[in-house]
Design a protein around this ligand. Structure first.
Ligand SMILES: [Zn+2]
Length: 404
């Protein structure tokens, strides 16, 4: 299967011999971008590259409007080989299939370089540039070695002054669509190869800092203690309970806790828990966040702890265009399989592209729902079905009939 071979070829381009690490604007990014550009050329696409290193493969159509098909070629550290890469490859293979079809619209296949945010403390900078929403302050952000994004762009042979020119005009971009492995277990559990994404879920980060009093673990009686970590532990369980009670509408996770002073024989005086709350249903997320905040206050009051709650990230839900969803669903049905519709719990370039035009996404089943892990796997058969569904979508696509 061609897609599988191409995925493996890009998967071999890494900064490290024993695991996949391909960060934004690095020599590995360059090598992967060159490989993608070569494939695009061979598929009959006209290749260019913008200031953020996004590789663009252009297929002319009859109208001036363009269907944008993209995903990313950067990776997390110790990544799987399908995440992002397969969406770019699916776009190239589908565009190649359509090259002699005289479509009523053009196609641009986009290979973004900054979706994971693994190098700089920013993410989606390359798709933001295409969407015309790149924030100039992103240029001052530094990687772990103190290299700014602006300097990395220059080292990559580009100029930060050209970033505005990367933006599509509103009347050019008809829609943006992306094929991506699901990165979750929903399709596998339903025994279905493909799914239609209804929305990219919104997200709230809440930092809850409990302030107690550090003390001797042997001498302070239990009733006199103000244990910050015990308060945080109760808060974490409250988050889990609230999310369970939402009946699938929202998820809540605490993946990081910081405890001070952090000694086995000292009562914790300070504990910070970071809540990651996501939902495709804005009212459900708001309700959960409010219930959690009031629950945190109650826990702190009962335990005589100080409490500071700060929201460090607030990302609204990005809905997928209903008409694009229907066209993907029709294309999947035409392949003899049921199109399951559900929300994406993970973030994607579509969140930035939605600021430009209507978006849609197609999900592909991956084994065990595992992603951001070298164990990531999607079968060659499912990859083939995804490319066929994307082609079916392109054949059904009507730029005039979108809500945006
Ligand atoms: Zn991805």
């Amino acid at each position: 299967m061609r897609a599988e071979a191409m995925v493996s070829e890009l998967g071999a381009i890494s900064a490290e011999p024993d695991r996949l690490v391909r960060l934004f604007l690095t020599p590995e990014h360059r090598r992967a971008a060159d490989r993608v550009a070569d494939w695009m050329c061979k598929a009959g696409l006209a290749v260019s590259e913008d200031a953020l290193g996004t590789v663009r493969g252009r297929l002319e159509g009859q109208g001036k409007r363009r269907l944008l098909i993209g995903s990313h070629i950067d990776s997390v550290i110790d990544a799987g080989k399908y995440d992002g890469v397969f969406g770019v490859i699916a776009g190239i293979l589908a565009a190649e299939h359509c090259r002699d079809k005289r479509l009523p619209f053009g196609i641009d296949v986009l290979a973004f370089g900054d979706e994971e945010g693994s190098r700089f403390p920013v993410t989606l900078s390359s798709s933001s540039a295409c969407a015309g929403v790149f924030k100039p302050e992103m240029l001052a952000q530094e990687d772990r070695n103190g290299v700014t994004l602006a300097d990395a762009i220059k080292a990559y042979g580009k100029s930060p002054a050209d970033v505005p020119a990367a933006a599509y005009r509103l009347d050019q971009a008809a829609a943006y669509v992306e094929v991506h492995i699901e990165q979750g277990p929903v399709l596998e559990a339903r025994n279905l190869p493909l799914g239609v994404v209804t929305a990219i879920n919104g997200q709230t980060y809440l930092n809850a800092e409990f302030l107690g009093e550090a003390g001797h673990a042997g001498t302070v009686p239990m009733r006199l203690r103000r244990d910050a970590l015990a308060g945080a532990a109760e808060a974490i369980l409250l988050g889990e309970t609230l999310a369970r009670e939402s009946n699938g509408a929202a998820v809540a996770t605490v993946g990081r806790v910081a405890v001070a002073p952090g000694a086995a024989n000292v009562i914790p005086g300070n504990a910070v828990a970071v809540f990651d709350i996501r939902s495709g249903d804005e009212p459900a997320r708001a309700t959960l966040v409010e219930a959690l905040k009031s629950g945190l206050r109650a826990i702190a009051a009962r335990r005589h702890l100080g409490l500071t709650v700060t929201s460090t990230r607030e990302v609204a839900t990005t809905p997928c265009d209903p008409h694009i969803q229907d066209q993907f669903a029709d294309a999947i049905r035409a392949l003899g399989t049921e199109p399951l519709r559900f929300g994406s719990g993970a973030g994607h370039d579509g969140q930035a592209m939605a600021k430009l035009c209507p978006i849609g996404m197609l999900f592909v089943r991956c084994r065990g729902g595992i992603s951001h892990n070298p164990m990531e796997y999607a079968s060659p058969r499912d990859l083939g079905l995804a490319v066929a569904a994307l082609i079916g979508f392109i054949e059904r696509f009507e730029p005039g009939r979108l809500s945006g």
